[in-house]
Structure formats: C-alpha cells, structure tokens
Design a protein around this ligand. Sequence first.
Ligand code: SF4
Length: 459
Amino acid sequence: MEPVEHKNSAAKVGFVSLGCPKALVDSERILTKLRSEGYEISPEYAGADVVVVNTCGFIDSAKEESFGAIQEAMVENGKVIVTGCLGVDEGAVREITPDVLAVTGPQQYEQVVAEVHKAAPQPHDPYTHLVPEAGLKLTPRHYSYVKISEGCNHRCKFCIIPSLRGDLVSRPIRAVLREAEKLVEAGTQELLIISQDTSAYGLDRKHAAEDWKGEQIRAHMTDLAAALGDMGVWVRLHYVYPYPHVDDVIPLMAEGKILPYLDIPFQHASPKVLKAMKRPANDAKVLERLKKWREICPEIVIRSTFVVGFPGETEEDFQYLLNWLGEAQLDRVGCFKYEAVEGAAANELPNPVPEDVKQDRWNRFMETSQRISAAKLQKRVGMEMAVIIDEISEEGAIGRTYADAPEIDGKVYLEGAQELAPGDMVMAYILEASEYDLYGHMVADEDPDDDGVDDDWDW
Ligand code: SF4
C-alpha cells in the first residue's frame, strides 16, 4: 500500500469503537493521541484515509460483531487497522480479512498510532495545543470513564481476559488522580471508575503512596475513592469484588463523598458454582456484609451481573441463587446465559447445561429480579431526587439518579424540561415507576427566577 500524501489538509482517520467501557477508554486514548498530532477524525468510512477498528473478542457474539465491522470497513474503505481484544489472534483476523493493514492487540496505543502514521502520514499541524487538555472523549462530556488498571490476577474459568490482557498492572495513583482532575476541569460531572477488578487496585504496586496536593495517597481503592470524592463530582465505582477492605468505602458513601453505588459482579450465589467458576472473594459472607453496609449507608444501591447455566449448575444450585437474590434484594441486576468462550478453561468442564434449561432459568431469574427492581423503584415515588441530565428528547429530558450508571441501568424521564442540557443537575419529583425506570418532573422552585438547575446538588 502506498502512503497517502497530504500536503494541504489534515489526514482523516475513521474510527469504530466496539466493546466494553475498557475498550472505550483505549479508543479515547488513541483518538486523543491522533488528534493531538493533527489528524482529523472522520465519522464515515468514505473519505477517511485509514480506518481503525477497535474490536471486542470476549464472547462469540462480540467477535461476530467485530468481524462484521472489519469486513464493512474493508468494503467501504479498504485501508483498515485492527486493534483491541480480537487483535490478540491475528491469524483469525487475517483468515477472514487477509488484506487489513495491521493487527494489534489491546492497549497497544503506540503501535496503532505508528500504523496510522504509515498509512496516512502525520500532517504538519500547528494547532496541537487546541486539543482539549482532558483528551478527546467518545462519551458525552458530562461523564467519563477512568480506567485505573489493566489485566487481572484471577483466573475465573469462564473468562479469557487474563490471557488477553495479562496480570494486573495498576496505573500510578497520581496519574489516575491527574486524569480525573483534568476531566473535571473539562466539564465532567461524573467519574466512572473501571478496571477488571477495582478492589485489587494497587496490589501490584504494593499500594505505594505518592504525593498528591501535599498528602501521601496510596495506590489503594479506599485512598483513591477518598481523593476522588474531594473533586466535587459524582464518583461511581464499578467492578468491585467484595474483599474485606470494601467495607472501608461505605463510610465515604454515607458521608456523601462518593456515590452510594457499588457494582459488584457476583455472577452466582451457590458456593458450589462459585467454586467451579473459581471466582475471587467467593467465601465472603455476602448477605451479612450487605446488611451491614445498608445499616451504615441506607441509600446504598448494589448492581450486579449473574450467569445462569454454567456447566454443572443443577436446579438446586439455581434455586439457591434465586433464594439468595430474594434475600439480597439487589437494586440493579443483569443476567447472561452462559456462553462458551474460545480458550476459556470452563469449556473443559463436564455437564453442560442444555440451552432450553438455560433459557428457562434465565426467564425465572429475570422475573425475580424484575419484581425486586419494581418494588424498590416504587419506594422512590413521591421522593425528590437529584438527576443528572443525559439527553433531551421531544417529550422532555432524560437523566439518571445516583442509583443508575449510564448505559447499563435505568433512566428518569422528566416531562417538559426541554430547556435543560446534558450535564445539568436538577432536582426531580418522582411521580411514577416502572420495573426499571422512573418518571417525574422538575421541582419548581418558589423563586420565579430560578432556572430549576440545581447548582448545589446532592442526592
Ligand atoms: S476477575 Fe475473573 S472474570 Fe473478572 S477479569 Fe479477572 S478472571 Fe476475568
């Protein structure tokens, strides 16, 4: 392939980002680097000098979507660089699309950028400094994912992340805090902390402390949460495993420093299945812990994901899970039917669960979790809650309360309120609730000059 010459205009890079929030953060880093070098980012394949496809290779359906995107980019453009999780298996990519320009794995930002340089030489751009200091974001301006580590030290049997991304490598605490601070300066109202295992943050660094604004802060989830809590925006913790030290962040929630929201991917409740899955922290007395957390911080919302139909899961195991769910009363719950992932150790396990049984268990799980969710949301009716606005539709504004993470949880629909803008924080009166969403209106203030936007919000 001949490099494309660009004498007068900036080279254009088409970009497709697939996969989880972690992949999104990778995409943001690549885009930030390219923009800082003067490249233009094109929303379309046609007219782009090269297309980067950031893929997801976790489960078969994600792989199919990724292969589909690569093929589409090849047809529409023909100059394609593949990166992300699927890039770990270059042979598989080249078998289907042999003519892609390059294949790189996850987190290989420099290689992706180097390949872009080759395909569309770096233009001379005197405006580098115009790139926002916080980088270029694919999420709306008012919320941002902050990835605090890569990889994972666990070896859950259904998961291939450690073989794709390696063991845990935590970012230095100063780097994380600096990034968060820049995002807040650039307008972020909500920081979403992500990693494969947030509670393990800093373990590989032996929780080494660094100076941050005159204080020694350890590379540790508790210190990180406390320091982020001082930034004056919503801070939401994702992918937290219930290690004992998680107890230490609950008081921060009760004090209002970080959102009283914990995303804990329990995956199952039956000790036998958890052991077969080789899940971390599976011996914790979770129900007792939940009770204690709720005593300390009654507003706390727990989100989780589960897998039904893992090899060897019996009806008794499943019933255990359903009963557990009834007792745990989790607020937000997602459920997947177990799907074999190429390369996962679970594939070797005996007693696969038939598809129709998986489906039946999934249906029963969802019925139970829906009932819990609906009853919990009913209790919000009549309350006034802080809502962050995500979008404006024809009917009104759509936002979220502290209990809802973007893209995965429920929404709050506010009648009218079209004068609002994404990122506004308002107080809303909740009129109605469905299984997953809330409906209400903005709280009118007695002050006629008040625009309804809450400048001094809380939840
Ligand atoms: S904790 Fe388990 S599921 Fe999560 S990334 Fe690590 S190995 Fe995978």
